[in-house]
Design a binder for this molecule. Structure first.
Ligand code: NAD
Ligand code: MG
Length: 395
């Protein structure tokens, strides 16, 4: 039995991962579940999967969780120290960690998994954006195994040469094509984008996901973060990564080889497919997802991204080129901006403005340690919040 820790089990990825695990209870055992504060769901997950450990990071939620499990006579141990996430991610009794916390909160436990040589099924792309070099070094040093869950990167992994995955050099690869749905505002004009609301931005045309990544998809920052993610995962320069808008989200990404072949991975837009492939890689297991109906699908469309309408994509390329702490700054500013947009403190277009401001105001510096990453993250957040206040946008 492969024992699994799920960081962020109540989220969209966490729940999909549990759906796949449920089909394979003879193969996988949930060792620990962690979440922030959705107590009812976390309680139900403990009933269904009987993990050895659980924690809700929010203290009130954790107290309620303890009461719930006691009343239900569930033997799962409820941890209550913030460091528990790192402890669980590096626990000797577990082999596999699903990193599915959203945002910078996922960094430290994912690093802990990397430092202790786990098999890391990575959904938390922010780890690679914030601290790509340190993270990849830690993975190599401990012989950890890194498998992307993000559908595009999982697709790339599926169409890379099977013998030499995760290394594009000397494999005859010319470039990677990352597909993007274009989000809910793909056809909007620049003028229309000025007035879009969080409610509209939260309506993704193809995927049902957490709020943060849904807004990132609407601004196309998600694709920007994914370019950075791909660079670190596949050791490929940004100039060999192309973004292609593909509104149907059927092709999840492609690899072009030097002989002119282009290989694509296709499937219905359902995260259980990449999760199942990550779990069982390089084998394949049932995911619960039906096959593609090509006749119903009818057509696949493609177009070039519009960097003028979606400046966040250009900012991510810029951060990559600037290097050092620039992607860390980009990520932190984006997280603050998305939160502010969701509570209507800033407008949709101000998300990019705020990120650009932070990137120009903060000088990139080398990221020699994870402590420096955290410091840059925290300083950027302060700067971003003061930008919001100085624009008097909260009132
Ligand atoms: P979500 O918001 O649905 O879930 C986030 C999870 O993290 C929840 O379990 C929540 O309780 C937990 N969490 C939130 N804040 C926390 C904190 N401070 N400390 C500890 N736990 C905390 O998010 P999601 O859509 O599942 O995305 C998770 C990650 O996966 C993100 O990095 C996202 O970019 C990536 N991802 C998601 C999808 C998708 O389809 N949802 C696809 C590709 C990649
Ligand atoms: Mg993706």
């Amino acid at each position: 039995m492969e024992k699994i820790v799920i960081l962020g089990s109540t989220g969209s990825i966490g729940c999909n991962a549990l759906e796949v695990i449920k089909i394979h209870k003879e193969k996988y055992k949930v060792f620990a579940l962690t979440a922030n504060k959705n107590v009812d769901l976390l309680t139900q997950q403990c009933v269904d999967f009987e993990p050895e450990f659980v924690i809700a990071l929010n203290q009130d939620a954790n107290q309620q969780l303890k009461k719930n499990l006691l009343a239900l006579n569930i033997k799962t141990i409820v941890l209550d120290d913030e460091k528990s996430l790192d402890w669980l991610a590096s626990h000797k009794d577990t082999a596999t960690v699903i990193s599915a916390i959203v945002g910078a909160a996922g960094l430290m436990p994912t690093m802990a998994a990397a430092n202790s040589g786990k098999k890391i099924l990575l959904a938390n792309k922010e780890t690679l954006v914030m601290a790509g070099e340190l993270f990849v070094k830690a993975v190599k040093k401990s012989n950890a195994i890194l498998i992307p869950i993000d559908s595009e990167h999982n697709a790339i992994l599926q169409v890379l040469p099977q013998s030499k995955k995760m290394n594009y050099k000397s494999n005859g690869i010319r470039k990677i094509l990352l597909t993007a749905s274009g989000g809910p505002f793909r056809t909007f004009s620049k003028e229309e984008l000025k007035h879009v609301t969080p409610k509209e931005a939260l309506k993704h045309p193809n995927w049902l996901m957490g709020k943060k990544i849904t807004i990132d998809s609407a601004t196309m920052m998600n694709k920007g973060l994914e370019i950075i993610e791909a660079c670190w995962l596949f050791d490929i320069p940004a100039c060999d990564i192309e973004v292609v808008i593909h509104p149907q989200s059927i092709i999840h990404s492609l690899v072009e080889y030097i002989d002119g072949s282009t290989l694509a991975q296709m499937g219905n837009p359902d995260m259980r497919t990449p999760i199942a492939y990550a779990l069982s890689h390089p084998e394949r297991i049932e995911s619960g997802v039906s096959g593609l109906d090509l006749i119903k699908t009818k057509r696949l469309d493609f177009e070039a991204p519009d960097l003028d309408k979606f400046p966040c994509l250009g900012l991510a390329y810029k951060a990559l080129l600037m290097g050092q702490s620039a992607p860390t700054i980009l990520n932190a500013a984006n997280e603050v901006a998305v939160d502010a947009f969701l509570v209507e403190s800033i407008t949709f277009n101000q998300i990019a403005e705020l990120i650009e401001y932070c990137m120009s105001a903060m000088k990139p510096q080398p990221l020699d340690s994870i402590e420096i990453v955290l410091e840059v993250d925290s300083k950027t957040r302060q700067l971003a919040l003061s930008w919001i206040n100085s624009h008097n946008l909260t009132s």
